[in-house]
Ligand binder design. Structure first.
Ligand code: GDP
Ligand code: MG
Length: 480
């Protein structure tokens, strides 16, 4: 057993396959697939741990190396299929042909996103790798926590990084690996505290100690105490791993070789051999433990998925009931069935035309609403009528004064009267069109798809955009 992949295939694969088959049955809401994120101080060995787990070379080194979150999405391909890589960030997307180029491409991406130097960015680099040798899993490499800004970094770099880390570890489907170097005092780690804030129950936090080869001589027992969960208690406990040091990287020691060296290191170690015997040390053991955690995570999520399926089933059944029974198989009965359906449909159409089913929720029946509008219109009309009468009286007075001959009092020349009436009607034109729009709007507000036939008697030509209503014509407006 070398990396996570082999473990994964054996134990996690059946769970993933189960989820895939559920999806193919149409379970729409996906069960979020697990991700593993590493958090910890700068240079504690986060990238090294992810690299050892995944078998994919990532940039590592001293100082700030990981400057953007890196999401490594691994997809398993069938045996015999080739390796495929793709890196994407911001607007850039690029295929990677050779696994050996991954590291270089990530570095280029970091320069593009966060500039040359020591700046960080919360913009993510997404690296997709498809190969027969990787599990279906997402790993997230994050910048390490720093406290003091070095030259060229913003003063609040520490805060920026912590905010970024919180954003990732707050997700329930993410397992947090808190990485800590053996040669640093555990009490100084902020990462642990952050993980505890996001995961107070400790359901998805695992402590990882790194660099056991660099432990300060004489402090080995303290490391053992941590591993035995006696210093800062973690529900899921701690593991210890040894990854490639800088020198080994430069000597191009392969990952497989590194695993061998790691095993020998722990097995022969005067103090840590007990940890090895207890299964708390080495990358393969860590892979094993993570696999169990992943299976546990999926199993825990299954009841939720089951609930979703039940819910969907209930909805579908209720819908089925609403549709009623289908047509009978007997030809004669089928005719009656059809007649029944047609009758019911006709009845519905008649009720709709009569506006009987237009009450929706709390809203007024459309007729009540329209009556109110027409009442207002009627008040408006009688008001303008009074003004019209007053105008006529005035005009009559002027007429009588100036032109009255033998006519009886109170009568004016027909032509003058006609002009006045036309003017009056013209004044009504605009409010009438507005009212018509209001009423149409009311109907739309009822958000009913039912059709209303509304007769509007127009006494006067009304010009409204493209619509032209002629006097006496019935406007049959179908409102949708
Ligand atoms: P990160 O900043 O947390 O991602 O840390 P890196 O993975 O980049 O590692 C920082 C440095 O520590 C690199 O030079 C690694 O080679 C080195 N390193 C990581 N793990 C170990 C280890 O177990 N032993 C030794 N000696 N060096 C290690
Ligand atoms: Mg790193």
């Amino acid at each position: 057993m070398t990396n996570l992949n082999e473990q994964y295939e054996e134990k996690v694969r059946p769970c993933i396959d189960l989820i895939d088959s559920l999806r193919s049955l149409g379970v729409e809401k996906d069960l979020a697939l697990p991700a593993i994120a590493v958090i910890g101080d700068q240079s504690s060995g986060k990238s090294s741990v992810l690299e050892a787990l995944s078998g994919v070379a990532l940039p590592r080194g001293s100082g700030i190396v990981t400057r953007c979150p890196l999401e490594l999405k691994m997809k398993r391909k069938n045996d015999g299929e080739g390796w495929q890589g793709k890196i994407s960030y911001q607007d850039h997307e690029e295929e990677i042909q050779d696994p050996a180029d991954v590291e270089k491409k990530i570095e280029e991406a970091q320069i593009q996103i966060a500039g040359v130097g020591v700046g960080i960015s919360e913009n993510m680099i997404s690296l997709e790798i498809a190969s027969p040798d990787v599990p279906d899993l997402t790993l997230i490499d994050l910048p390490g926590i720093t406290r003091v800004a070095v030259h060229g970094q913003p003063v609040n770099i520490g805060e920026q990084i912590k905010k970024l880390i919180h954003k990732f570890i707050t997700k329930q489907e993410t397992i947090c690996l808190v990485v800590h170097a053996c040669n640093v005092d555990l009490a100084t780690t902020e990462a642990l505290q952050m993980a505890q804030e996001e995961d107070p129950e400790g359901e998805r936090t695992l402590g990882i100690l790194t660099k056991p080869d660099l432990v300060d001589k004489g402090t080995e027992q303290m490391v053992i105490d941590i591993l035995q969960n006696e210093v800062i208690h973690l529900k899921k406990g701690y593991m210890i791993v040894r990854c490639r040091g800088q020198q080994e990287i430069m000597q191009k020691v392969s990952l497989a070789e590194a695993i061998e060296r790691e095993k020998a290191f722990f097995a022969d170690h005067a103090h840590f051999c007990s940890l090895y015997d207890d299964g708390q040390a080495t990358v393969p053991r860590l892979a094993e433990k993570l696999t169990l955690e992943l299976v546990h995570h999926i199993e825990k999520s299954l009841p939720r998925l089951e609930e979703q399926i039940e819910e969907k089933l209930e909805q579908a059944q209720a819908e089925l009931v609403r549709y009623g029974t289908g047509p009978p198989s007997d030809a004669a009965e089928r005719l009656y069935f059809l007649i029944d359906k047609v009758t019911a449909f006709t009845q519905d159409t008649i009720s709709l035309a009569a506006g009987e089913e237009l009450r929706c929720g709390e809203k007024l029946n459309i007729f009540s609403a329209l009556r109110r509008e027409f009442d207002k219109w009627s008040i408006h009309l009688s008001h303008t009528g009074q003004k019209f009468n007053a105008r006529i009286d005035k005009e009559v007075a002027i007429y009588e004064d100036k032109y009255r001959g033998r006519e009886l009092p109170g009568f004016i020349n027909y032509k003058t009267f006609e002009v006045m009436v036309k003017e009056q009607i013209k004044q009504l034109e605009e409010p009438a069109v507005k009212k018509l729009r209001d009423i149409a709007g009311k109907d739309r507000n009822h958000k009913t798809r039912k059709r209303v036939h509304c007769r509007v008697h127009a006494e006067n030509p009304v010009q409204d955009g493209n619509d032209c209503l002629l006097p006496g014509q019935n406007l049959q407006q179908q409102f949708e």
